[in-house]
Design a protein around this ligand. Structure first.
Ligand SMILES: [Zn+2]
Length: 177
């Protein structure tokens, strides 16, 4: 992900080189990209406003990975689930690495990484879970639950029964048979 492009669009424009002919005479325009989503009947069309690059030298037009991200966001919005950026923001607001977040929540680190990069969309249950985690206090509730259950499994000390008594009891038990 190129963060410089997001924060400073002007500096990135100087560096654009056509990947076909190597010319730096590349022009950018915003365009609505309408695309079909899923296999529903009738078809569902979604749209995203993306940057279209046009090389004035060789006339090729192309979009980049930022356009892919925007199309992915449009799909997430259509499905009503958190976007990759929103998931990233939830985790970062908790000041946790992917590994730490995974440890705290039980969500697989690889899955989390795929959601944040837009390679995969979380299912409805996971989306609800992430949403709840973003609400104040819920992470603390989970942490408390875990620390409580950790207390439960602390070893219970028990006196070793008197060996003589144990033997008698065993003998008594055997009398029943
Ligand atoms: Zn070109």
């Amino acid at each position: 992900m190129n963060r410089n492009n997001e924060t400073n669009p002007f500096s990135s424009e100087e560096n654009i080189i056509c990947h076909m002919c190597g010319s730096s005479d590349v022009h950018i325009r915003k365009e609505e990209d309408r695309f079909e989503y899923g296999n529903a009947e009738p078809s569902v069309f979604l749209s995203a406003i993306v940057d279209v690059y046009r090389c004035n030298e060789c006339s090729i037009e192309y979009t980049d990975s930022k356009a892919d991200d925007l199309r992915h966001e449009a799909v997430c919005n259509y499905l009503g689930v958190l976007t990759p950026k929103e998931i990233l923001r939830i985790r970062e607001s908790m000041n946790m690495s992917q590994k730490e977040f995974s440890h705290e929540t039980g969500i697989g680190e690889a899955s989390l990484s795929r959601w944040e990069r837009g390679y995969l969309i979380q299912n409805e249950a996971m989306d609800n879970f992430l949403y709840l985690l973003s609400q104040p206090g819920n992470l603390e509730i989970l942490r408390k639950r875990r620390s409580d259950s950790a207390e439960d499994v602390e070893p219970i000390f028990r006196n070793i029964p008197d060996m003589e008594e144990a033997k008698n009891r065993r003998d008594a038990f055997s009398l029943w048979h």
